[in-house]
Design a protein around this ligand. Structure first.
Ligand code: XBP
Ligand code: MG
Length: 258
């Protein structure tokens, strides 16, 4: 097998968590803390250019609520807001409303059966990853992954390569033997800057972004009853845009030939 390890992003890639998961949890946290901040679906799309919840709130305050920056306790407020948001987001996950995207569980299972290592490389908070995996794949799902790289373990978040470099070092696998699965331009830039080839599965927030350098851009990973589509491929790749992969699903055999 050409790929010794698959590295998965979480938000937008394993599950569509942003619009109906993180976003309403932020809004609930703002309300709890007595702020009149409200992130609607369109504004949140703009704010997603900044990865990391605390970093995103800083960006929003700077651009939309500059007067709050002068509060002497602004830093502490962001930390408190983020703690509340994490609690509220995990409650949402525990209510079970956010499923994995098509093909994710199938590909994870195939990789495990074939001895391909699995890792997570995400900017979101570790507890969020744990809760999503346990909720969707069962209580032992964290053990499926050799490495889980998440949140503040590196100071510079995506598009910086740091989270991927951290994961690669712990995996002990060379970057050229790894394949990343991402959903966003920031994620793609992070993986490529770490030397990791990447396939992108788009979602409503990311489909118009620039995915130059990706091996392939796909609608999703596909299921036999719901085939995926190849939106574009890197020049010279054997798989052509517009086509469906065999049986409409991205599996290890298809990834092998990329
Ligand atoms: C995900 C993110 C995260 C979440 C919020 O980016 O940007 O910041 O939106 O998570 P990626 P936290 O999919 O590229 O990893 O609030 O826990 O930071
Ligand atoms: Mg993502």
């Amino acid at each position: 097998m050409r790929w010794k390890a698959l590295l998965f992003d979480v938000d937008g890639t394993l599950a569509d968590t942003e619009r109906d998961g993180h976003r309403p949890a932020f809004n609930q946290a703002f309300k709890e803390m007595g702020l009149n901040w409200e992130w609607d679906v369109a504004l949140y799309g703009e704010l997603l250019q900044v990865t990391g919840g605390k970093e995103r709130m800083h960006f929003y305050a700077r651009h939309y609520q500059p007067e709050t920056l002068h509060k002497p306790d602004f830093e502490a407020l962001v930390v408190q807001l983020h703690e509340a948001k994490t609690r509220l987001y995990r409650q949402r996950l525990q209510q079970g409303g956010i499923p994995l995207r098509p093909g994710i569980e199938r590909l994870l299972q195939e990789a495990r059966a074939q001895g391909v290592l699995l890792a997570i490389a995400t900017t979101t908070t570790m507890e969020n990853v744990t809760t999503l995996l346990e909720q969707t794949l069962g209580p032992s799902a964290l053990n499926w992954f050799q490495v889980v790289a998440a949140g503040d373990i590196v100071p510079a978040k995506k598009p910086a390569p740091d989270i991927y470099l951290w994961a690669l070092e712990r995996l002990g696998v060379a970057a050229q033997d790894c394949l990343a699965v991402e959903d966003s331009e920031n994620g793609l830039r992070a993986a490529l800057a770490a030397g990791v080839s990447t396939v992108v599965t788009v979602n409503d927030y990311t489909r118009t972004q620039d995915f130059t350098g990706a091996l392939a851009v796909l609608s999703d990973l596909g299921e036999p009853q719901a085939p995926c589509q190849i939106l574009s491929t890197k020049e010279g790749a054997p798989h052509k845009p517009g086509a469906f992969p065999s049986q409409g699903v991205v599996d290890l055999a298809w990834l092998e030939r990329l």
